[in-house]
Write a protein that binds this ligand. Structure first.
Ligand code: G1P
Length: 312
């Protein structure tokens, strides 16, 4: 049976929406509480049984390579100070059975082009694509849901969710008919259509399991939406030759490519984080109380005082 053991992470994007934070450091290294976005993405791949991580990087993305590499300095320091817990945490970032590979995308020519850069490393096997900007939270990691679907149907699977029609310009949108619960047989897919031209209200999220036959279709691409080589257009071409499925995952998505989505993720993950959840929740309550009582003084100190008084 074809097994999904490889994942491609396109991480060459400039992250202009997060300037100035992303001027010198990759947007994928932005933390949600204490863990960078790219690590959440890699952990999701590991949970799905994937062991080969292929990063399609660009200039000024070295921090990603360093993050998944051994840090002698930090490890030596933590060892010397007997900080075993932190040492285990740092060492667990890249489990021993996981390998990381890096390939450069010299020019930002689009998601299709980024995936094509990984072709030689992927070879002739089905593979996952994970966009770290889309942070997905679920009781069963979303890539595992996709891999299970792939294992069942042996065809490419694309993660989708219900979107508001007026948001169609931000997504690839699929056309097709519901085949089984949450599984849609694709008859078409279009990148960032205007709401009036959107074939459905099912938008593509940044999770794919693709057959290697996709590469042939990417190579034949002409620039599409935004003048870029779009993975969506290659999928449209692929489905003229073989079956492609969309899978409506269960879970919550945070669009961490936008400031608002990033902030929502920060709040939600902080409320689950064992170290800070209680105090953070208390803080949020105090904040909401202060504001709903019409106490809208813009003096953060007063809130801090109120909160500290309540916590005491
Ligand atoms: C990419 C894809 C799009 C998909 C989206 C999900 O767009 O091209 O089809 O819906 O990711 O996040 P981007 O957000 O990179 O413009």
């Amino acid at each position: 049976m074809l097994k999904v053991t490889k994942a491609v992470f396109p991480v060459a994007g400039l992250g202009t929406r997060f300037l100035p934070a992303t001027k010198a450091s990759p947007k994928e290294m932005l933390p949600i509480v204490d863990k960078p976005l790219i690590q959440y993405a890699v952990e999701e791949a590991i949970a799905a049984g994937i062991t080969e991580m292929i990063f399609v990087t660009g200039r000024s993305k070295r921090a990603i390579e360093d993050h998944f590499d051994k840090s002698y300095e930090i490890e030596a320091e933590l060892e010397a100070r007997n900080k075993q817990k932190l040492l285990d945490l740092v060492r667990s970032i890249k489990p021993a059975n996981v390998d990381c590979f890096y390939v450069r995308q010299a020019e930002a020519l689009g998601l299709g082009h980024a995936v094509l850069c990984a072709e030689k490393l992927v070879g002739d096997s089905p593979f996952a694509v994970i966009l770290a900007d889309d942070l997905l939270h679920s009781s069963k990691p979303v890539m595992s849901q996709l891999v299970d679907t792939f294992n069942h149907y042996h065809s490419s699977v694309i993660g989708v969710e219900t979107i508001a029609r007026e948001d169609s310009r931000s997504y690839g949108v699929v056309d097709g008919r519901e085949w089984e619960d949450n599984v849609i047989k694709l008859s078409g897919i279009v990148e960032k259509p205007a709401p009036d031209n959107a074939p459905s209200n099912l938008g593509v999220v940044g999770r794919y399991v693709l057959m290697p036959t996709i590469f042939k279709h990417i190579r034949a691409l002409k620039p599409g939406a935004g003048g870029e080589l779009q993975l969506t257009d290659a999928v449209q071409s692929l489905l003229t030759e073989e079956q492609v499925l969309a899978y409506r995952y269960f879970g919550t998505r945070f669009d961490c490519g936008s400031k608002l989505g990033y902030l929502k993720a920060t709040v939600e993950f902080a409320l689950r984080h064992p170290e800070v959840k209680e105090e953070f929740e208390a803080y949020l309550h105090a904040y909401m109380r202060a504001h709903t009582q019409g106490n809208t003084q813009e003096n953060p100190e007063s809130l801090e005082t109120q909160y500290t008084a309540e916590a005491a």
